[in-house]
Each structure stands twice: as C-alpha cells, then as structure tokens.
Design a protein around this ligand. Structure first.
Ligand SMILES: [Zn+2]
Length: 270
C-alpha cells in the first residue's frame, strides 16, 4: 500500500529535494564549496553531515507545490540575506514565518528518519493542524542562531523527560537542528504521557551550556526585534555546532531541572 502524505489524505507521491531549488541555484551561482559539518561530542565518533541532495518522499505533490512551497517563498528574502551572512534586524513578522518554516522542516525531516518500529513523534493531528491552520504544536519552542561557515543539513534527536526528581519518565522531547547557509534553527517539542499534569510543568530547559548565549528564541517570541547574526557557532571546537545539536542530551536522559530547581510532580494516579 502506498504511504499517505504526512500532512493530508493524499498518496505520498512527491520525490523532491528537502532544500528548495533556489538554494541549490544560489550555491551553484556563487560557486560555494560545501564542506561537511563536523559534529562530535567528547571522544564520541565524529559525524560529518553533508546533505544537499537529501530527498523527501513522504509528502504529496499537491502539498509540496502549494502551501509548502509558499512557506519557502515567504522566507526567501530573509534567507537570501542569511545565505550571504548579511546583517539585518529580524522583526516579529520574520520570526513568525521562520517559525513556520522551521516546524515544517522539522516535521518533514522526522518523516524521513527510520523509526525502527516506533511511532513518529509528531502526531497525525499535529501535522494536519499545521497544514490546515498553520498551528504550531503545543509546547514547541524555536531558536535561531548563526554559523561561521556555509553549511546545509538537518539533524534530529529525541530526549527523555523525567519527573519526580528524575525518577519517573513522563514524556519525550523531539529536537531538530536545521542549518542553511550561515543560519541555523532549532525546534524543540515536548510530549507528555496521558495523566501527566502538563499545565503545571514549565517548559523543559536543556542543561546550561555555551549554546544558550548564541541563540535567539523566536517562538514563543521573547522580543519583537533581534539583530542577526548573533555570535556564531563554529565547525568543531568549544563553540561547535555539535553542542547545539546535543544540548538537550546528557547521556540518554534530560532531567527536569528548571530555573526553580527540580520539578516534582504530583502522582498522576492519586
Ligand atoms: Zn499532502
């Protein structure tokens, strides 16, 4: 049976590049040599990401050529500046449409990832609501940052959310780090198990690290304006992009430590 489009009921019949044609064209025209992006944590294996030709086959032709391509087009003027590392002021409207683009890319990237029998992270309801109403999934945050070289690619990872002083697993988080030119964005969404009193849980913060000062949160917006670029991430080294990709993970678990200390949850069964 053919797969269904991740955003609607049509058959997934598209076979398109993840990165839009105009970006491929920009790279060609400017003779940009794409180097691999080094990601390594500690003594772990070094991974080189090089993903310009990445294809997607999980959406339908109609979605791809209507609203999805409109999301790309709306962002094109700002992305062109970012592809050339040209400074500009990111305003509230820009933050909104970059957020939509980042969530779109996050959902699409996730759909291309082998699941090893697991359910996809984003639910069908979240994907349909995003397509039909441009609704950003609940408990999602988006940040943007800068790179000191021209790279293109995406990286996704899950993290475990533990409550009750780290003892009980109460949910899962999903993080996408997407970079295009000198621009990088990160999307994090949290899902909790049924019965967990989500309203009482503040947004989960990653363990403190060097990445935080180099990121601008654009969703939910904390400021109406921001200067781009901020201090950039580098390809390897102490300010390396790997720290951004891995900032949510410490080993396999991220404890629910917030600014106020560890959040202890009421027992959902009592
Ligand atoms: Zn579709």
């Amino acid at each position: 049976m053919p797969d269904t489009c991740i955003f609607c009921d049509n058959e997934a019949d598209s076979d398109e590049h993840l990165w839009p044609d105009w970006v491929h064209e920009f790279i060609r025209k400017n003779g940009i040599e794409l180097g691999g992006l080094r990601t390594q944590i500690g003594n772990g294996p070094e991974v080189i990401e090089y993903d310009l030709e990445k294809k997607i086959d999980t959406v339908c032709h109609k979605c791809n050529n209507t609203w999805m391509s409109q999301f790309e087009q709306k962002n094109r003027p700002r992305f062109l500046k970012m592809l050339q590392n040209e400074p500009f002021t990111l305003d509230a409207g820009g933050m909104k449409i970059i957020t939509e683009w980042a969530v779109l890319k996050s959902m699409v990237l996730e759909s291309t990832k082998p699941r090893h029998g697991n359910d996809p992270f984003y639910t069908r309801e979240e994907r349909i609501a995003f397509h039909e109403h441009h609704e950003i999934p609940a408990r999602t945050r988006v940040w943007v940052g800068a790179l000191d070289g021209f790279h293109i690619g995406g990286h996704t990872t899950d993290f475990t959310i533990n409550g009750d002083g780290g003892k009980t697993r109460i949910g899962t988080g999903f993080v996408s780090t997407i970079y295009m030119g000198y621009f990088v964005c990160q999307v994090a969404t949290e899902h909790f198990y049924p019965g967990v009193p989500v309203d009482q849980i503040p947004p989960i913060d990653p363990p403190p690290g060097s990445s935080n000062s180099k990121l601008i949160q654009i969703y939910p917006q904390v400021s109406k304006k921001a200067d781009w670029p901020p201090a950039p991430f580098t390809n390897g080294g102490p300010n390396g992009i790997a720290y951004l990709m891995q900032r949510w993970r410490q080993g396999e678990k991220v404890s629910m430590v917030t600014k106020d200390g560890v959040v202890r949850l009421p027992d959902p069964t009592s």
